[in-house]
Every structure is written in structure tokens, then in C-alpha cells.
Design a binder for this molecule. Structure first.
Ligand SMILES: [Zn+2]
Ligand SMILES: [Zn+2]
Length: 757
């Protein structure tokens, strides 16, 4: 059946039909080709001609930028020919200058190996003799020195680069010739990890300069609100944005489906997802459905399979689940069955959004907004075989972001409004990175300001006091007893990194506050869609033991928060209040955790953890007496209003900034600071801050605007998970007052009061 007919059929369905709240048609676009000021070398031209490849406009832009010595950031979607856009200018130089070398950095090993095949085949076709190789933790010892001495294109990942840099004297040939660094999937480098990688890239540039080179940077990212600014912060060089995609695509119909169309809601979002998947598959659309966890993926695959086979288990088109825990052979089998068409439907966890390698499909279903617009478009982009119509379907959950999109679909289809944030000033991250730099080349507090910023002299002095840096004639050098690179992990904010182990394997690492929050004893941790129960938690060794489990409940910790303001770095007036940004000391005390099953509490267990104290950055809004008077005149509960405002402002942060609501903490209090006025705090959940609160300060008016719209449009009476209730509230969502929340936000932001809407 044609996509168009199916979309009409679904909308007319008596049961599902009323849930379709939006239909967007994205028109097909034909290719836009480009031209070059100067021809490519003959061998590249012959290769392109023999494959009938004509260059798209963005590929030509990338080649021209590189030729003129500009760093760039490319934001065109997957399958738009990004690899060629980077590879052609690289091979042009490789053919032209026998000394030139290039470094490609990928976020994962899997991606590195995919790209290795592509680059090697290009190298073979061009007879370029670049000797393209991967250098990472899996590279055999015997091959390493050969690669260092001869490879002209090396592919690696940030963790490996972190260690390579301290051995730079073995890499002098490679670094002397280094003309370009290609950073693919750059949007993954944000938050704590991204801040580390940004400083790691500065260490790389510093070493390249030492060997007389000064590489250009080529970045690619998914769509962001600030690609140029983000790229420049990541690589330390100004980057030109190339955003015009010249590649063609077929037309796409995008439908929004809201199971939560009445309050209280009686429908099951998973049941609806299964029905929709089955509808698509049984009408002949090969469909990929993304869900939040493995359990849900399996449930949806099973239900959808039952529906298409009419209740029986055999016959009918095949639908399978696909998840991280599968063996490589199992995953490859599913991928190949998808390609051959044997398999008509796959239900996958979000964790695998870029993992599945099966080309394009006819239909994609997003069961729940995956948290970022970026991920949503990446998932939706899997639909669309060339020249054919495709279908994408977003099924909303009850949370604020999902519901906001159901009410404001236009904001989903506008250009991205998500800012990716990197913090170059987090003192903990900076301090570790400076130590590594000191182990690589002597530090000069003046010359190296360019790489590490104005805090450098203070950090060097602090390390000198601890005898970690020693003064020599050539500058400050690392003088600790262990390898500096081993002291600094790229994933940790502070030096206190907790490792989560399962069966001897490290699942992930967390800083102290995240570990207390998400991996306390008894917690159910979701990792790549799989459930783990935390069995033991050692503060001494900072190791946490987890066991894979299959349970039908989840956990949430309860805590109390105290905040002391240390310095206010910035402030400005709001129409009905005052907004500040600065440094705070946060004390979180985790007292117990709840066990929940479908939002119903099935148990509460005590926790025995010491208070967690950390310095971070926060924004805070103080509310003056005339506004509080106004709230009480309208019979509002001030504490419930402040608390609601705290929750909803945190809930809408991910709408504007690439982060998760779990990355932020909040506190609302009837009196704080010098004035003793009622105050709402929103703080970075990571030691030293990772720039989220600072960005929140910058865009506070926009945040309040979104928050006000969200609350005023929610159909509930007294607050619900789609507006002011928070899944991470430490005080169990008490007290909350929806009307007071709306009034308070309206008064503080000077917007229209929502009470009559
Ligand atoms: Zn509500
Ligand atoms: Zn709360």
C-alpha cells in the first residue's frame, strides 16, 4: 500500500484516528550539484566519473573551504555524502604532498571500523598509497610502530588519543605532517565528555605546533542551534558552517500520534505502538520502531507480531526485537534479513539509533520522543528509500517534552533550537587536562593561555603546591608518580570517578553525584536499554557492582537539598524578579528510594549514604515581596508555585539545550541569599558545572516562555507528569500548586497571566 493511503487509513480508524494530532508532509527534493573553481586531480576525477558520481553543492563547499585553509563544520544529514565531502579534499592533499598526514576521530570503535573500510576502498581506487589504518586499543602491539612510522591517514577515538599524546616523540613524523583533523559525529562531544575532548583537542594542537604543523579541523554534527559556535569551542579554531544539503531525498509524511488525549488517560502507549507497528507492517511497509528500553522493545515486537499473524504465532510477516545485548552474529543476521526483506519489522531500543546497518526503510515509528531533536531526526531519517515516499510516526509519552510537541508540532519542524554546550572552564576538568599537558610538553603560563584560558596560572600554582608540577628551565612539567593520563578519565567531571561493573566488565563510569543519584544500592539502572540492579556500592574503592535483571519496577531516590551561594558572577532584573548566575555549594542528602510500578509506589527502602557536597554553578530567580503578595491575594500556595516553577523550568531545559533533565538539580525555598526573598535555584548536577546553568541564565526568558505555555496548555486540573510533576523530585512532588505556578511564572517573566487561558 502507498504511504499516502496508509496515512489516510490510519487517520480514519475509529480507535486510533482521534489520536493523530498532526500531519506534516516534507516534500521530495532533487539534488543540487556544485562546481569547483579548480579541477580535482585526474585520478580522483576518473574515480568519480567511473562511478557516475557528481558532487553535491555541500561537498564542493567543503573542498573549497579546505583548499582555502578554513576549518569547517558540516551539518548535513546521514546519507548525504559526508564521508566523501571529507575524504576528497584529504586525498587531494595526500596525492599532492607525500608528507601530509590526517587524523580521523570517531566516537566509537564500531564507527571507526565502518569508516576504515570506506576510506581504504577509496584509497585503493585512487591508488593513493596513503596506508590508512586504525590505531586504537585493539591494534596489535606488533603493528603499532609500523602504523606510527608509515600511515598517512589514522583513525582513532578520543580515549586512545588521550594516551597517544604522551608518546608524541614516537609520532614526530605523523604530527609534523598533520594537515587536518576530522571529527565525525561531533555533537556527541558535549557535557562532561565533550568538555574533556575540547581540551584534549587543544593538547593535540599544542603538540602539532611543537612539530611545526597547524592542522585544520573538519567537523560534522547533527543539526544544532549553534553549529559554528559549538564547533569552534570544540576545536579552538573558528569554523565555517556548511548547512545547505545538496543531496536528494524522497517525500516523507510525518504523523504525530498522542495516546494522552484525555485526562486522566486510559490508553496504553505501548499497546498503541504495537498496533501502529502492526498496521504499517501488514500494509507492506518495512518498518523500524524505536522504544525506550529493551523490555518495551520486546513487548512491542511480541504484541505487533501477534497482531499481524492474527493471534497465531506462525505465518504472517516477521517482526523482531533488536537490542544491545545481542551477539554480533545475531545482530548481523537481523540486519541482513532486513536488507533481503525477509524481516518486515524491527523494534529496537533507542540506544541503537545509529547502530543498525540495514539501509533505509519505508516506515519509522518513534515510541516516545528520544530526548533530543537531534536523535529524533536521526531516527526519523532512517525512513526514506531513494525516490520513494516514506512514513515517520512520533508516538507521544506523557512527559512535558512529548506533550509540548503534540501541542506545538510547528516547533518540531522548525530549524533546531538545541544548543550543544561545552564548558572550557570547569575547574576539575581543566585541572586534570592541564596535568596531562604538563606531562606532554613543558607548560608556559603565558604561551599556553591560548589553549587553557585565563585560569591556567592558578591551576599550575595549585598543582605545584601538591608537587604534581615542577618548575624547570623549559617550563612546568608533570612530576607525579603515576602516569598523568591514567589519573584523568575523559568521562569524569571530578577526580572521584565511580566505576559500575557487571561480571567484571565496566558498564560505565559516573561522578560521585551521578552515582549517588542513579546507582545507589538497590537502584535499577538502565544501561543501553538493559536493566541492572545495584548490589553493592563501595565508597572506598569507588566501585559499584551491578547484576543484569528483568524486573517490572523501577526506582527513584528521595533526597533533601541545601544550597549556599558563594559568589554571584552575573545578575540582571526580570520584569517581576531578579535573575542571578554564580557559584554555589550544594549539599544533597539521599535518605531513601521508592520502588515504583507504572507510577504506583510498591515500596520505600532506606539509604545509608553520607551527605554529598559539591561546588557547582547555578542560576537563581528571587521573587520580590510585591509578587508574593499578588500570589497570596489569588489564594495561591507560594511554596507550591515556586516548586512547580522549579520543576517545569528544568523540564523545558532539554528543549533548548542538549541535556537531560537528570543533568540538572533544583531547589525552591521561601527564603535565600542576602534578601531572604523566595528563590528558585537550578544547578548543574556535575561538580564544577558543565555550562548548563550558565546557558540557562542566558536564555532564561525563553525558558520561562516555554514553561508558561506548557503549564497553561496542559489539560490537567492540579498538575500532572506532562507539566509540573517531576519524576526526579526529591520531596515526592510535595507541595505543588498548578495555578500558583502559572501565576508566578507569568508575574516574574512579565508575560500574560495564564489564568484565563
Ligand atoms: Zn498537567
Ligand atoms: Zn521537587
Amino acid at each position: 500500500m502507498e504511504v499516502r493511503d496508509l496515512s489516510a487509513l490510519l487517520s480514519d480508524d475509529p480507535d486510533l484516528g482521534p489520536g493523530f494530532v498532526h500531519r506534516e508532509e516534507i516534500a521530495a527534493r532533487s539534488a543540487c550539484y556544485g562546481s569547483l573553481g579548480r579541477d580535482l586531480p585526474l585520478r580522483i576525477r576518473q574515480y568519480l566519473d567511473s562511478g557516475g558520481i557528481q558532487l553535491y553543492s555541500h561537498q564542493c563547499d567543503a573542498i573549497e573551504a579546505f583548499r582555502s585553509g578554513e576549518s569547517i563544520v558540516l551539518t548535513t544529514p546521514t546519507a548525504s555524502g559526508k564521508t566523501l565531502a571529507f575524504a576528497l579534499p584529504v586525498f587531494e592533499r595526500i596525492l599532492d604532498d607525500p608528507e601530509s598526514t590526517f587524523l580521523f576521530i570517531y566516537p566509537t570503535k564500531a564507527l571507526t571500523h565502518d569508516q576504515l573500510r570506506t576510506l581504504q576502498s577509496l584509497d585503493g581506487n585512487l591508488h593513493a598509497g596513503s596506508f590508512t589504518a586504525v590505531y586504537d586499543g585493539d591494534t596489535e602491539t606488533g603493528r603499532r610502530s609500523h602504523i606510527r612510522r608509515t600511515a598517512r591517514i589514522i583513525l582513532t577515538n578520543p580515549h586512545e588519543l588521550h594516551h597517544i599524546l604522551s608518546w608524541h616523540h614516537q609520532w614526530s613524523r605523523f604530527f609534523s605532517g598533520l594537515e587536518g583533523v576530522i571529527i565525525d559525529e561531533a555533537h556527541r562531544y558535549r557535557g562532561v565528555f565533550g568538555s574533556h575532548v575540547a581540551l584534549l583537542v587543544r593538547r593535540l594542537t599544542r603538540i602539532a605546533r611543537h612539530y611545526g604543523s597547524d592542522p585544520l579541523f573538519f567537523l560534522s554534527t547533527a543539526t544544532l542551534a549553534n553549529p559554528g559556535q559549538f564547533a569552534s569551542r570544540l576545536c579552538g579554531k573558528s569554523c565555517r558552517e556548511i548547512t545547505q544539503d545538496g543531496s536528494p531525498h524522497g517525500s516523507r509524511i510525518f504523523l504525530f500520534y498522542n495516546p494522552y488525549r484525555s485526562w486522566p488517560n486510559t490508553r496504553s502507549v505501548h499497546q498503541d505502538t504495537a498496533t501502529l507497528t502492526a498496521q504499517c507492517v501488514s500494509r507492506g511497509l518495512q518498518t523500524l520502531c524505536f522504544t525506550g528500553s529493551r523490555k518495551i522493545a520486546e513487548l512491542v515486537a511480541l504484541r505487533a507480531g501477534e497482531i499481524v499473524s492474527g493471534g497465531g504465532r506462525t505465518g504472517g510477516p516477521r517482526i523482531s526485537a533488536y537490542r544491545a545485548g545481542f551477539l554480533p552474529e545475531e545482530r548481523r543476521q537481523i540486519e541482513s534479513d532486513l536488507r533481503t526483506g525477509m524481516l518486515r519489522g524491527v523494534v529496537s531500543t533507542n540506544a541503537l539509533e545509529v547502530g543498525i546497518d540495514a539501509g533505509s526503510l519505508d516506515g519509522v515509528i518513534l515510541s516516545g520522543f528520544p530526548g533530543t531533536m537531534m536523535a529524533a531526526w536521526q531516527q526519523a531519517g532512517r525512513a526514506g528509500r531513494s525516490g520513494r515516499e516514506s512514513l515517520a510516526l512520533l508516538v507521544a509519552y506523557s512527559n512535558p517534552l512529548d506533550q509540548y510537541f503534540m501541542h506545538h508540532p510547528e516547533s518540531f519542524f522548525q530549524s533546531s533550537h538545541e544548543h550543544a554546550i561545552i564548558d572550557l572552564e570547569n575547574p576539575y576538568i581543566l585541572s586534570g587536562q592541564v596535568l596531562c599537558a604538563g606531562a606532554e610538553l613543558p607548560l608556559d603560563c603565558k604561551r599556553d593561555l591560548e589553549f587553557f584560558g585565563p585560569a591556567l596560572p592558578g591551576i599550575v600554582a595549585a598543582h605545584a603546591r601538591e608537587s604534581l608540577l615542577g618548575k624547570t628551565r623549559r617550563g612546568w612539567i608533570y612530576s607525579g608518580s603515576r602516569r598523568a593520563q591514567d589519573l584523568v578519565g575523559l568521562d569524569g567531571g571530578s577526580r572521584e570517578t565511580f566505576r559500575i561493573l557487571s561480571g567484571g566488565r565496566v558498564l560505565e563510569t559516573m561522578d560521585r553525584s551521578q552515582a549517588f543519584r542513579e546507582a545507589h544500592p538497590g537502584a535499577i539502572l538502565l544501561h543501553q536499554g538493559e536493566q541492572y540492579r545495584i548490589d553493592s556500592f563501595s565508597l572506598e574503592t569507588r566501585t559499584i557492582q551491578a547484576t543484569p535483571v528483568e524486573v517490572d519496577y523501577y526506582t527513584r531516590p528521595l533526597n533533601s537539598v541545601r544550597i549556599t551561594i558563594k559568589t554571584c558572577r552575573n545578575q540582571r532584573p526580570l520584569p517581576g524578579g531578579c535573575l542571578c548566575f554564580g557559584d554555589v555549594e550544594v549539599t544533597e542528602q539521599y535518605t531513601s528510594y521508592k520502588l515504583l510500578k507504572a507510577e504506583t509506589i510498591i515500596g520505600i527502602e532506606p539509604l545509608d549514604l553520607p551527605p554529598l557536597q559539591f561546588s557547582t554553578t547555578a542560576l537563581w530567580i528571587t521573587v520580590p515581596p510585591d509578587v508574593t503578595r499578588e500570589i497570596s491575594l489569588q489564594d495561591g500556595d507560594l511554596a507550591g508555585g515556586l516548586h512547580g516553577m522549579e520543576h517545569v523550568m528544568i523540564a523545558v531545559m532539554p528543549f533548548h539545550v542538549l541535556c537531560d533533565r537528570w543533568d540538572l538539580g533544583g531547589l525552591s525555598t521561601p527564603c535565600a541569599g542576602d534578601s531572604g526573598d523566595p528563590t528558585v535555584f537550578i544547578y548543574d548536577g556535575y561538580e564544577g558545572g558543565i555550562g548548563l546553568a550558565e546557558k540557562g541564565y542566558e536564555i532564561c526568558e525563553t525558558l520561562m516562555d516555554t514553561a508558561r505555555t506548557l503549564v497553561s496548555e496542559c489539560r490537567c486540573e492540579n498538575g500532572c507528569p506532562s507539566c509540573i510533576l517531576s519524576p526526579k523530585c526529591g520531596s515526592d512532588n510535595q507541595p505543588l500548586d498548578k495555578a500558583a505556578t502559572l501565576n508566578l511564572i507569568s508575574l516574574v517573566s512579565g508575560g500574560v497571566s495564564g489564568k484565563n487561558e
